[in-house]
Design a binder for this molecule. Structure first.
Ligand code: ZN
Length: 241
């Protein structure tokens, strides 16, 4: 099986469509690590597309924010404004759907989780090398895919030692090693590359390839501004920060 692993779409329909077009015909299933909504201007089309196309989906902190499960006081002012705007646009069906998403899922030998596999409902960021290595005790599978920080990269543990690489790298999965992989963000990259980021995981070939995909940034920005969302949320898409 080959999987596209997507995270942090953030209601950016242009980026989501570009990624789904990029992997069409190359993968057997789409997996999504949460934060479908928040920041962007197209929450409903993004939720509907992923509800239809994704074989497995877990909740992000933005799903918990817009459905009232996480206090909006947790968010910074831009995220809070976007969460309030989004919550006003969801109907009961979308709210119920987003509220029903699990915090974790297991597909083949991979755990899917938005933030940390250790207490996933605490929404902790795995940023430093130590953060990631500590989290290995919290998942039972060989692989764990995460999002949340919008920073692609991976951590790996094995008898030959520890590895940590930042960036949209490709990796060959080695026998006897476990991996924690951040797949980056589809809809709001923050690693100074504005292109959408996601991963293709080939379970048989035991490879993970991270992809960057150009999309119509200006169209996504125009919708954010027309919606009256904070201009900062449009500006950052251009710089990828
Ligand atoms: Zn996010």
């Amino acid at each position: 099986m080959r999987y596209a692993v997507l995270s942090d779409v953030h209601a950016n329909l242009e980026a989501l469509r570009a990624v789904l077009d990029d992997c069409r015909g190359e993968v057997d299933a789409v997996l999504c690590l949460g934060d479908l909504v928040g920041y962007g201007a197209d929450p409903i089309p993004c939720v509907e597309l992923l509800a239809r196309d994704a074989a497995a989906l877990v909740a992000g902190n933005h799903e918990h924010g817009v459905t009232g499960r996480l206090s909006l006081g947790w968010f910074n002012r831009f995220a809070r404004a976007a969460a309030q705007w989004t919550a006003e646009r969801l109907d009961d069906d979308h709210r119920a759907y987003l509220g029903s998403l699990p915090l974790t899922a297991v597909v083949a030998d991979a755990t899917l989780v938005h933030a940390s596999p250790d207490r996933p409902g605490q929404w902790e960021y795995l940023t430093s090398a130590e953060d990631g290595f500590r989290a290995f005790a919290a998942f039972p599978t060989r692989l764990c895919f995460v999002g949340h920080s919008h920073q692609p990269g991976y951590w790996s543990l094995g008898s030959a030692g520890r590895r940590r690489r930042m960036g949209a790298v490709d990796l060959a999965l080695e026998n006897g090693r476990r991996y924690l992989v951040n797949v980056g963000s589809v809809g709001q990259p923050r690693d100074r590359d504005p292109r959408a980021c996601y991963a293709i995981w080939d379970a048989e070939a035991r490879r993970i390839a991270m992809r960057r995909v150009s999309y119509d940034v200006a169209a996504a920005q125009g919708k954010i501004i027309a919606a009256g969302l904070p201009r900062f949320l449009a500006d950052r898409l251009r710089s990828g920060t």
